[in-house]
Write a protein that binds this ligand. Structure first.
Ligand code: HEM
Length: 495
């Protein structure tokens, strides 16, 4: 007990000292709300920080600063401010602060998403961009993804014959996990019949949940060693389990490659080819595990929840659903013909639906955080070395200054304009921008568009009894990804 009191007093002392020191480094900071001592503006974030920050930006402007515990955070909420951060000063904001839930994983420095933007990180990004996410590489593995989507359609046909409603988000998440796992390992990691959840899905899910929890250690760095809420200890178990699963798959492949050569050509083969280059390469069998983990964590939930939001918007907007179905039927033909990724370029309206969904429901609403490497001027204010920076992509995508009737779901707006998500149009940043833009973008867009087109091509969709397009609940739940609070349930009717 004495020890506990001592620790609490020590913590209070350290936090107060830090608070006083912090006050000295506030010269020319962007404007922002006055906070309480010690907690600063933490109480103002609420359960939906992206919404709270959007409202605060209306008072304090497109670049504002807040104090979250002992951490100073600048928030950009306009295309111009985002451009200054992502383009003009991208070098200064190339690194990320590391949340404690992320720091719990083994070999953190070998991740792509959280490693400092040094030469090793650049080499890894280059290999991903040139060897993994190129159109040619993705084309090579498209048959694996087609099979997964056909399995989903098959499963839904069975449900349709019983007239049962299905949880679209769960199915989309499991399918996306298998799409990623087939692209990386040429194997399913989730039961293709979706009956048992499968340990892999559970572990990935637990990492998402833990990473989405508010952790005081992130706002009071001096508390880090104590891990008072136990988040780091809890999530570490899931990380180790995933590493063990990957270990088994990598060992199996290494052994296969020693025998008569059967080239699978998947991401794992690309990474093992890199490992074989020895000293010339930044990759080893150990160091590819965090990278593979990144691809699963960053790729599955984001893409799954985008598919769920898209279907929710279509069920809420029957005329858009009708137009989309007409397009797939006209381009692909009857529902007995299998849809493939090569059909996507001929589906401009479905592509516009995906874009519109990502505008209204960006799965990573505040992008991933950045940290200032040195003092930087942004819009006439100073962001000091060590300050964190967030870009509120959600708020920018819904701002009437930059979008006509921003709260309406109108995919045709993207048919009339050249705005794209590749990080050059700063009013539309679902994948971020600058040097840390999402490298998985080409794969994500293929997976989401293919899955959505298949759902519309093979089925008509109805809401369960008692739910109408007007009463469908679209409330958001903030976490590591922005999800639907009440999971979407809909009835597939086979065509
Ligand atoms: C709808 C789907 C997706 C969305 C909306 C999305 C969004 C994002 C965003 C906003 C970032 C941060 C960018 C920044 O800091 O400016 C990011 C980073 C990242 N994403 Fe995605 N992502 C998606 C799918 C994927 C997929 C399928 C993969 C890979 C399989 C992936 C892998 C990554 C990685 C590795 C990073 C870290 C990059 C770095 O820090 O260098 N993402 N993503």
């Amino acid at each position: 007990m004495d020890l506990l009191i001592f620790l609490l007093l020590l913590t209070l002392f350290l936090v107060t000292t830090r608070f006083i020191l912090n006050r000295r480094v506030t010269k020319n900071l962007p404007p922002g709300p006055t906070g309480f001592p010690i907690i600063g503006n933490l109480h103002q974030l609420g359960p939906k920080p992206h919404c709270a920050l959007s409202s605060l930006a209306q008072t304090y402007g497109p670049i504002m600063s807040l104090r979250l515990g002992s951490v100073t955070v600048a928030v950009a909420s306009s295309p111009a401010a985002a451009q200054e951060i992502l383009q003009k000063n991208d070098q200064a904001f190339a690194n990320r602060p590391i949340p404690e839930s992320v720091a719990a994983q083994p070999n953190l420095g070998d991740t792509l998403a959280w490693a400092p933007a040094d030469q090793r990180w650049r080499n890894r990004r280059r290999v991903c961009a040139t060897q993994i996410f190129t159109a040619q590489r993705l084309d090579l593995l498209q048959h694996l993804r087609h099979r997964k989507v056909q399995e989903l359609v098959h499963h839904l046909r069975k449900q349709a014959s019983n007239g049962k409603a299905v949880a679209i988000g769960d199915l989309a998440f499991a399918t996306m996990l298998n799409l990623v796992s087939n692209t990386v390992f040429s194997e399913d990691l989730v039961d293709p019949e979706f009956e048992s959840a499968g340990e892999f899905k559970e572990v990935v899910w637990r990492i998402m949940e833990d990473a989405g929890r508010v952790n005081f250690s992130d706002y009071f760095p001096l508390l880090k060693p104590f891990d008072l809420q136990g988040v780091k200890r809890h999530v570490a178990v899931s990380y180790v389990r995933l590493h063990n699963i990957f270990d088994g798959l990598i060992r199996k492949r290494v052994a296969e490659r020693e025998g008569p050569r059967v080239v699978k050509g998947d991401f794992l083969d690309v990474l093992l080819d890199q490992c074989e280059q020895g000293e010339a390469s930044d990759f080893t069998v150990e160091s590819i595990k965090p990278l593979i983990l990144d691809l699963f964590i960053a790729g599955s939930d984001t893409s799954g929840s985008t598919t769920e939001w898209a279907m929710a918007e279509l069920l809420r907007n029957p005329e858009v659903m009708q137009k989309a179905r007409e397009e797939v039927i006209q381009v692909i033909g009857s529902s007995s013909v299998e849809i493939t990724e090569t059909d996507i370029p001929r589906l401009p309206y479905i592509q516009a639906i995906v874009k519109e969904t990502l505008r209204l429901h960006p799965p990573v609403p505040l992008l991933l955080p950045y940290v200032a490497g040195h003092d930087v001027e942004v819009s006439g204010y100073t962001i000091h070395k060590g300050n964190q920076v967030l870009i509120n992509a959600w708020s920018i995508g819904r701002n009437p200054q930059f979008w006509d009737e921003p709260l309406l779901f109108q995919p045709q707006r993207f048919l009339r304009s050249n705005i794209d998500f590749k990080g050059r149009d700063f009013e539309y940043l679902p994948f971020g921008g600058g040097r840390r833009i999402c490298p998985g973008l080409p794969l994500a867009i293929r997976m989401i568009t293919l899955m959505l087109a298949a759902l519309l091509h093979s089925f008509q969709w109805e809401l369960p009894q008692g739910v109408t397009p007007h009463t469908l609940d679209m409330t958001e739940q903030y976490g590591i990804t922005l999800k639907k609070l009440s999971p979407l349930s809909a009835i597939p009717i086979s065509l």
